[in-house]
Ligand binder design. Structure first.
Ligand SMILES: Nc1ncnc2c1ncn2[C@@H]1O[C@H](COP(=O)(O)OP(=O)(O)OP(=O)(O)O)[C@@H](O)[C@H]1O
Ligand SMILES: [Mg+2]
Length: 268
């Protein structure tokens, strides 16, 4: 309790972006001046990010630069040391567990790797978030049509009763994508959606991400190392370097930059 009060007091001291509710109504995610250290390891040093409704925003940063830490802070899985994080109008760090759960039901999170439950069938994997967020879906007596719809979106309706071990890496990634879709999220966070996949399968995943965005008009925050993925999917990009949003712009703008730290991302 004391801890919570301290935290709220601390968060209140941080300058609130007054413009969020007035000027920028279509802001889905706003990260402002977020800092996070693990001992002497200063990972985020005042990171800023804005994601607008319907936008595909790519965040690139080298391995260990803090991309996953940033995304975990965003969904309340990790507490930042300081800073302001707002998701769909709610300040994440002030939410209690129930409010956080409700918010997470509107956020699709495709974890790095696929993170399917190995001991569950594909269908059970997809039912898992439905059970966890019952309040969002209401009383669903038969889950099958929803599971089928989500799997059809990724072209894998026939895998419903298979175990993850029976799927290829690309199929697992698509099932994981179907699982993030099952609750019809307004925003999807992708952590390295194409990593570990061959270029052709990676392209298929990117195409799926685009078709999902068109079909459901979701906003997407995509974390990737994959320059090809960034080129195809990003409307805007942020480069995470030294714990800050070092550079921002379109793929064309950033890939034409002569700043050595920016150039490093685009060298093949
Ligand atoms: N729970 C934790 N405890 C201590 N250190 C952590 C923890 N989580 C992450 N870190 C550290 O934070 C830094 C950033 O990690 P993070 O996983 O965010 O990197 P990343 O940019 O996602 O890298 P990759 O591209 O390899 O996934 C690393 O130095 C990591 O060791
Ligand atoms: Mg990571």
């Amino acid at each position: 309790m004391t801890y919570n009060m301290e935290k709220i007091k601390h968060m209140a001291q941080i300058e609130k972006p007054a413009s969020v509710s007035d000027k920028e109504k279509n802001l889905v995610i706003h990260i402002k001046d977020v800092r996070k250290s693990f001992g002497d390891n200063h990972v985020l040093n005042g990171f800023n990010l804005k994601l607008h409704e319907g936008e595909n925003l790519v965040v690139m940063g080298k391995s260990g630069s803090g991309k996953s830490v940033m995304i975990k802070c965003l969904v309340g899985l990790m507490q930042p040391d300081s800073g302001y994080i707002e998701v769909m109008g709610q300040e994440v760090n002030t939410l209690d567990q129930g409010q956080l759960d409700a918010l997470r039901a509107d956020i699709g999170f495709l974890f790095q790797g696929s993170a399917l439950y190995d001991s569950m069938t594909v269908r059970e994997n997809l039912e898992f978030p439905m059970r966890r967020h019952k309040e969002k879906l209401g009383n669903v007596s038969d889950t099958r049509p929803l599971v089928l719809e989500a799997l059809e979106n990724v072209g894998l309706a026939h895998t419903m009763d298979l175990m993850p071990a029976e799927l290829s890496g690309g199929m697992k990634r698509r099932v994981a994508l179907a699982r993030t879709l099952i609750l019809k999220p307004k925003v999807i966070l992708y952590d390295e959606p194409t990593s570990g996949l061959d270029p052709i399968t990676a392209k298929e995943i990117i195409e799926l991400m685009r078709s999902i965005q068109r079909k459901y008009n979701t906003s997407s925050l995509i974390i990737t190392h994959d320059v090809d993925c960034a080129r195809v999917i990003s409307e805007r990009m942020i480069l995470l370097v030294d714990g800050i949003n070092y550079a921002e712009g379109t793929f064309a703008q950033l890939s034409a930059s002569t700043d050595p730290k920016v150039e490093a991302f685009f060298k093949k």
